[in-house]
Design a protein around this ligand. Structure first.
Ligand code: CDP
Length: 315
């Protein structure tokens, strides 16, 4: 009985502590949100001045000619001189045509999206960005939508789910069907071990004539973006994919709407426990990422009217 009582007290104490933490977050979260043009323009021009995302976020044949020395953003001592073979895998043309989109949805993978009914709202954006090849079918459609214009893929997924693309590769190509002809953004030059598997992803998509268009992150952009966020007071070893894509969206889009960003294990309104992702409970590597700190920055941008953070249910 004593053991049970002490377990119950711990549980109640833990719940109350979390409720308090969440209430503090919600105090800053205004639901009656309106875009504020001045802070938005200011933040966007600061970002553009430091990172030049429009022209430099991704590697293209135009911005990275043969002979360029790429410096890996995750391993500063590692470099790679672009030869003809690697150059031929670079994107031809411009991935972001010379215009800004009216509305972009950046979809994080947080468990908060489960049962959110946000699918229609996400799909109504002109440009939809998703992170790390998330599942879109099997009942998730209603909550996360079905449209994708750009999706990122961490090479660790290619290693774990698709045998590093060393064997049969059809399963990989088929798993990408739900993303239509979207851009597949790979951090090929962040760490040395990312390069061969990213190139294999490129060749696989070419060989299978997949409509998905692979493209590589520019390590110079990722480096500058890390410096930018450090100058904003964010301390983290690696930026998460979500904050990277949000930053890019702020340069590409007039209105940036975030979904699935909530790195806490309690729902902000129902207080129900949440899984880390809307599709599984795989935990974030806290050794590298500081998602709650990143979230505070996103919350600040929400309260300044720079971007809109959706929490909870969509109507
Ligand atoms: O690869 P990474 O661990 O950064 O991302 P992920 O777990 O696949 O989720 C994609 C993005 O969603 C993250 O980078 C975070 O920005 C965001 N996220 C969140 O805000 N809260 C969660 N509980 C999970 C993810």
């Amino acid at each position: 009985i004593l053991l049970l009582a002490s377990l119950l007290t711990t549980f109640i104490w833990y719940t109350l502590e979390n409720k308090e933490k969440i209430n503090k977050v919600l105090e800053q979260y205004s639901k009656a949100w309106k875009k504020q043009e001045e802070p938005y323009q200011k933040f966007r021009s600061q970002l553009s001045a430091k990172c030049h995302g429009l022209e430099k976020a991704t590697i293209t044949q135009a911005n990275t000619p043969v002979g360029t020395k790429l410096v890996y953003d995750g391993e500063k001592k590692r470099t790679l001189q672009v030869n003809l073979e690697i150059f031929s895998t670079f994107f031809k043309g411009h991935p972001f045509p010379n215009k800004t989109w009216h509305t972009c949805a950046v979809v994080g993978n947080g468990g908060i999206l489960a049962n959110s009914s946000c699918g229609k709202m996400i799909d109504s954006a002109e440009f939809v960005i998703r992170c790390n090849l998330p599942p879109l079918s099997n009942g998730y459609e209603k909550h996360v939508g079905i449209n994708t214009d750009l999706v990122t893929a961490n090479p660790s997924i290619l290693m774990e789910k698709f045998g590093a693309l060393m064997g049969r590769r059809r399963k990989f190509v088929e798993s990408l069907r739900s993303y239509g002809d979207s851009l597949l953004l790979l951090p090929a030059f962040s760490f040395g071990h990312n390069t061969p598997v990213s190139l294999r992803a490129f060749y696989t998509l070419e060989d299978f004539e997949s409509p998905v268009r692979p493209i590589f992150f520019n390590p110079g952009y990722l480096h500058n973006l890390a410096l930018f966020w450090r100058s904003q007071g964010l301390r983290t070893i690696r930026l998460s994919t979500g904050i990277i894509m949000t930053s890019l969206a702020l340069e590409l889009c007039d209105n940036v709407q975030l979904y699935g960003f909530w790195p806490f294990d309690f729902h902000p309104y129902s207080f129900q426990t949440l899984t880390n992702h809307y599709y599984d409970d795989r935990k974030t590597k806290t050794k590298f990422h500081a998602m709650p700190d990143e979230f505070n920055h996103l919350l600040r941008l929400h309260s300044q009217g720079v971007l809109k953070l959706h929490l909870g249910h969509c109507k």
